[in-house]
Design a protein around this ligand. Structure first.
Ligand SMILES: Nc1ncnc2c1ncn2[C@@H]1O[C@H](COP(=O)(O)OP(=O)(O)OP(=O)(O)O)[C@@H](O)[C@H]1O
Ligand SMILES: [Mg+2]
Length: 384
């Protein structure tokens, strides 16, 4: 009998379907309860922490209860017209009677919106001077129109909401419409930079939705990761063996990194004998090699003082705020706090048991391996 060939069961890019995720049951229940109670919320979680995966699961559950659910991806939007297109696309995923209702409304409004076909993109191509602002305002009224007609309520997720800040006046326009929809719609906002989310929601000059309940996404429980990884190895005829523990210790519940390292480990595990610590080391080496470019890009995106503090956290054993640490990485002791704050505002650093820690274990390893030697082009000079 020919051996069964299995595909690697660990996916590490893009949101996962609900039945593939490590459950996050408490989080999903909590968010669903908020949505059912008509409470809008904002979800902050570091990059690749599984925000979209979790929100999709919440939307799926809400959909079963007859809610119209919409997930708007605002990543990298640069104009009002683009925001219109993203929202229109999100409605394209609707099914059944709600979808037909939306189609009818779009037709009746006659402002260049449609589901399927070219949609607003085609309208823009035909007429680049179309007034995208008024189309946006109208489109944002859609949940109210659905509610008026037959009492359908909506749950609308704005994912990567921080990116609307790149479009002048966009957050204000969104707010001006949605704040009146208390009955018709509940809104969820997700983003990865706590600092920007704070600015969007708590800054009195631009409160997007004052009442949006704040929620923070934390790492996955290690025990859940362990069960999931071991089971998926087993189901595909492999054994994670002695490699499992070091993998869990390294990834610290970081969702995407856990899946990525499990993927590499699975790849290197012989179907017959199972993985051991050597398999783990070689999997980690390969992951480090494959992500080196990306790590360099992350490093380059940091300010000089952020680099110094990140490096201190990965390499130096003395207390973070000490003079020894400051000297080792060439920063003024008094500058450490501010750099740490800005690393935390971007979720590059999170608190682990109350202590700051680099969020991404792969980045931590990359820094650790480089030690304190300056690299050409890093502008790594003593702060004076
Ligand atoms: N609950 C989960 N169980 C297992 N893996 C997960 C889970 N959540 C996230 N992941 C892993 O993380 C990856 C990224 O997930 P997702 O895209 O949902 O995160 P995100 O926080 O929305 O990321 P981004 O910051 O890029 O928007 C997934 O491909 C998967 O490998
Ligand atoms: Mg996402």
């Amino acid at each position: 009998m020919p051996a069964v060939r299995h595909l690697n069961p660990f996916r590490f890019s893009g949101p996962l379907p609900p039945d593939e995720m490590i459950d996050r049951d408490p989080e999903a229940d909590d968010l669903l309860a908020l949505a059912e109670g008509g409470h809008s919320f904002r979800l902050v979680g570091a990059r690749r922490y599984g925000k979209t995966t979790l929100l999709r699961r919440v939307l799926e559950a809400a959909e079963h209860q007859g809610t119209a659910t919409v997930l708007v991806d605002l990543q990298d939007v640069l104009s009002i017209a683009e925001i219109v297109v993203r929202i229109e696309r999100a409605y394209e995923r609707l099914k059944g009677p709600v979808r037909r209702r939306v189609e009818e409304l779009f037709r009746a409004w006659n402002i260049g919106l449609s589901l399927g076909g070219g949609g607003f993109t085609a309208t823009l191509q035909r007429n680049p001077n179309v007034d995208a602002e008024s189309v946006l305002l109208r489109l944002l009224e859609l949940p109210a129109a659905l509610f008026e007609r037959e009492g359908t309520t909506s749950l609308i997720v704005f994912d990567e909401i921080q990116d609307v800040l790149a479009v002048q006046g966009a957050d204000g326009k969104i707010r001006s419409v949605i704040q009146h929809q208390t009955e018709a719609a509940t809104y969820a906002f997700a983003g990865s930079a706590p600092g920007v989310m704070q600015q969007l929601f708590a800054d009195p000059k631009r409160p997007l939705l004052d009442q949006a309940v704040p929620r923070q996404l934390v790492p996955l429980p290690i025990a859940d990761v362990a069960v999931y990884v071991a089971r998926r190895f087993r189901q595909t005829g492999r054994d994670a063996g002695a490699a499992l523990t070091p993998m869990l210790e390294f990834t610290r519940g970081h969702p995407q990194r856990s899946m990525m390292l499990a993927h590499y480990l699975w790849e290197r595990t012989p179907p017959t004998s199972g993985a051991d610590e050597g398999t783990w080391i070689s999997a980690l080496d390969q992951a480090a090699g494959d992500t080196a470019q990306l790590m360099r890009a992350i490093w380059r995106a940091l300010t000089t003082n952020e680099r110094r503090v990140a490096r201190a956290m990965a390499v130096v054993a003395t207390p973070l705020h000490s003079e020894e640490t400051a000297q080792a990485v060439g920063i003024k002791r008094s500058s450490i706090g501010k750099a740490l704050e800005s690393l935390m505002a971007n979720a590059d650093v999170i608190l682990e048991d109350g202590r700051p820690r680099l969020t991404d274990p792969v980045f931590e390893l990359w820094l650790y391996k480089r030690g304190l030697t300056p690299l050409a082009g890093d502008d790594y000079v003593e702060e004076t």
